[in-house]
Design a protein around this ligand. Structure first.
Ligand SMILES: C[S@@+](CC[C@H](N)C(=O)[O-])C[C@H]1O[C@@H](n2cnc3c(N)ncnc32)[C@H](O)[C@@H]1O
Length: 206
């Protein structure tokens, strides 16, 4: 996985044209995942690695949401969008997802869209997502994970160094990750181009 310094450099560079490049690939997953979350008015939501705020326009406008990211220039774009849409209960914070500055069990729903294969330590991020999520709260990942097809998985292994240079891993194994953080998927839905990404929903057992 890329180191945190590399993440800063990569996403500071990406921030100006991130939406333009990635929206065509990522938008379906963002739209379906937010619909699946079905956020209710009394629920508090955390979005980890909120980036430019690409999911904001799919949530209810009055959502009570905290978004965190380590890249200030991505967060600045999210703030512009938040104001444009008019989402008064969305707060954005510069924060590392491996060491979140939140007490235990405060969020009803926690989302990480296209983040878990970007962070240097996905297990630490997953554990933090669990810690800050309430018992029986919902944890969502939208991501590309290693294919269950051995031939595709071999190709993903070969292109892993290219992914690393671009700031993500192509071969993160979903089930190894969930086992490490003691989460069971209750729903997996393939999305995006060639169904190469998945929305994964877990219920936090604590
Ligand atoms: C591929 S972008 C996804 C952005 C957004 N979730 C979306 O769906 O478009 C990954 C984001 O994760 C952020 N990120 C990477 N490592 C992080 C960490 N340790 N803590 C918080 N955010 C992180 C990056 O700065 C970047 O904005």
């Amino acid at each position: 996985m890329p180191e945190l310094d590399a993440i800063h450099t990569i996403y500071n560079t990406y921030s100006r044209f991130y939406d333009w490049i990635f929206s065509p690939f990522f938008e379906q997953g963002q739209r379906i995942a937010t619909k699946m979350m079905g956020v209710q008015p009394d629920e508090k939501v955390l979005e980890v690695g909120i980036g430019t705020g690409a999911l904001l326009s799919f949530y209810p406008k009055d959502i009570d949401l905290v978004g965190i990211d380590v890249c200030q220039s991505m967060l600045e774009r999210a703030e512009v969008l938040r104001k444009q849409i008019g989402m008064p209960n969305v707060e954005l914070h510069h924060m590392d997802a491996t060491q979140m500055d939140f007490p235990d069990s405060v969020f009803d729903k926690v989302m990480a869209a296209y983040v878990i294969s970007v962070v240097p330590d996905p297990i630490a991020v997953g554990e933090e997502m669990k810690r800050v999520c309430k018992k029986n709260g919902e944890i969502y990942f939208v991501n590309h994970f290693q294919s269950p097809n051995p031939i595709v998985a071999a190709v993903e292994g070969v292109i892993e160094p290219i992914g690393q240079c671009l700031g993500f891993s192509t071969s993160l194994d979903l089930h190894d990750l969930l086992k490490e953080i003691n989460l069971e998927p209750v729903l997996e839905r393939p999305v995006n181009f060639l169904n190469l990404w998945r929305i994964v929903k877990c219920i936090n057992p604590k």
